[in-house]
Design a protein around this ligand. Structure first.
Ligand SMILES: [Fe+2]
Ligand SMILES: [Fe+2]
Length: 334
């Protein structure tokens, strides 16, 4: 694979080369544009068609938010809040996930022939790199102790690696939307901090919107004889993700301290980010509402990811049944 900058598309290699916004109004406009997009094309956007593919790539290009990580002002935190943030078991995994996503998307983009799709996935890789940069600045600003990063190895099977990253983002982002809203509502973290992460949350929404549409386009345009093998691969990716989420990740840093990272933090960490007690079904409800809200501004003819909302509905249903059954048992005992 060539240098990443070759496949980062038309965006500058260094994010600080992005032109600074002229004023606060421009920042607000960019934020609005990142959340709303409508294709000027009329009629159906059939997956696999040129119109659908172009709309997907245009959406991704037009909704780009040109914020620069180096100018983010990290708010001064009260010692108690700082302690809460430093001790969240997510920072190593967050940085490494962004690093892996950047590499995997760039590696896959390098294989894509279609210029529109190549451009969109390269931009996605670039944005993952920017996320990593934002996290690096935050880690430095708050002195968060980090485990050393493992080497980022170019994947042998770039399609597999892209599928793992794409589906993983679909699941993580969906639950992160709910958790982020919960953290906001509870006021557990200062508003300046949640405001800082807000554009990143929306950016993940765009990423999974792109992934869902790429997947539909890819399925529709691949030769029929590749399809069974591809679908097996998709099932294997889900199996892999389930296995990965069962395990916690433990690493030891250069000072000998053990770092335990939680792959399921977006679901299990609600108590760590909010002082609100929320039941599992209510949390699933919140995730579903937030998911809908974040996608609402984009052309409804573009496909939305469906797997994580489906999992959430199943969990919500099971949780409500459990609540009903335990209430019935309690009432019987009285
Ligand atoms: Fe990211
Ligand atoms: Fe992403």
């Amino acid at each position: 694979m060539g240098s990443l900058s070759e496949i980062y598309s038309k965006l500058p290699d260094s994010m600080d080369d992005l032109p600074p916004p002229p004023n606060a109004e421009a920042v607000e406009q960019a934020d609005f544009r990142a959340r709303h997009w409508q294709s000027p094309v009329t009629g159906r956007l059939k997956p696999g068609s040129d119109a659908h593919k172009r709309a997907m790539a245009e959406m991704f290009r037009d909704t780009f938010n040109p914020y620069r990580p180096s100018v983010i002002e990290w708010p001064k935190l009260a010692p108690e809040t700082l302690h809460k943030i430093v001790s969240l078991p997510i920072w190593d995994i967050a940085v490494q996930t962004e690093g892996k996503a950047r590499l995997r998307m760039a590696a896959y983009a390098a294989l894509v022939d279609d210029p529109d799709v190549k451009d969109a996935i390269s931009r996605n890789a670039w944005e993952e790199n920017r996320h990593k940069e934002v996290l690096a600045k935050m880690v430095a600003a708050y002195n968060i102790p980090m485990a050393p990063e493992p080497p980022y190895i170019e994947p042998k099977d770039a399609e597999w690696a892209y599928l793992v990253t794409g589906f993983s983002e679909c699941v993580d982002s969906f639950f992160a939307f709910g958790m982020f809203e919960l953290a906001k509502r509870s006021g557990f973290f200062p508003q300046e901090l949640t405001d800082t992460f807000e554009p990143i949350m929306q950016e993940e929404c765009r990423h999974i919107l792109l992934f869902a549409n790429w997947l539909a386009w890819y399925r529709a345009t691949m030769p029929w004889w590749r399809r069974p093998y591809f679908e097996l691969k998709v099932w294997a990716v889900w199996g892999f993700l389930a296995y990965e989420r069962i395990s916690l990740v433990r690493t030891v840093d250069d000072k000998g301290a053990v770092h335990t990272q939680d792959n399921n933090f977006t679901v299990t960490g609600t108590k760590d980010v909010a002082n609100i007690d929320i039941t599992l079904p209510d949390f699933m409800d919140l995730c579903l509402q937030e998911d809908e809200r974040r996608f609402a501004g984009y052309d409804s003819r573009l496909l939305r990811p469906t797997s994580a909302p489906f999992i959430a509905r199943v969990l919500r249903g099971a949780g409500r049944c459990w609540e009903f059954a335990s209430e019935a048992v309690k009432a019987n005992r009285r």
